[in-house]
Design a protein around this ligand. Structure first.
Ligand code: FE
Length: 183
């Protein structure tokens, strides 16, 4: 009986969790620090050309907490990121390259502790890769422009897609609809 309960708990964890290698990315500031763009010549909300640069270059242009998730595939701790319970109207961009990823209208309240969306802005906003790390079979979600790690996708999202894009706040850059900011 005890063994049965243990297996059930283990299965539930495997199905719902996108938390693996954790990094301390606590940040109570809802605005993305400008440091993600400073000295980052690849950052653009309009340029759709691929960004293919060596890891050493990423290390130079990204803040360390962004770098750890985007390039080392770390995962921020649940319920600690900027956007897991954020409800502003606007657009979420890749914090590494500025690629448009999600509209706030596709964001939904998820109990997982990470910002969750049921669809991307465009089909090619992201790309997918099989991730068999940590004895789990998951689908990794990467930025379609710069290949940065964003999070994972699960099949327990709401209609109309039934998908849950489980993302790390630290690699997202939110711009409100009424923003006059240009990049
Ligand atoms: Fe990107």
């Amino acid at each position: 009986m005890t063994q049965k309960i243990f297996i059930l708990i283990l299965t539930a964890f495997t199905l719902t969790s996108c938390q693996t290698k954790q990094t301390n990315t606590n940040n109570n500031n809802k605005a993305m620090p400008e440091s993600t763009k400073t000295n980052n010549p690849y950052y653009s909300h309009t340029d759709t050309s691929k960004v293919d640069i060596p890891d050493s270059e990423w290390k130079k242009i990204l803040p360390d907490d962004v770098y750890q998730v985007a390039r080392n595939k770390a995962t921020e701790s649940a319920f600690t990121g900027k956007y897991w319970d954020f409800e502003g109207n606007g657009t979420y961009y890749c914090a590494a390259c500025g690629n448009p990823l999600f509209r706030s209208t596709a964001k939904f309240a998820s109990t997982c502790g990470w910002p969750s969306y049921y669809e991307t802005i465009r089909k090619n906003s992201v790309i997918y890769e099989a991730d068999n790390s940590y004895v789990m079979h998951r689908i990794e979600v990467l930025c379609g422009r710069c290949d940065s790690h964003l999070g994972h996708i699960f099949d327990d999202g709401p209609a109309p897609t039934g998908k849950r894009f489980c993302m790390n706040s630290i690699v997202l850059d939110f711009v409100p609809d009424d923003s006059t900011r240009t990049n």
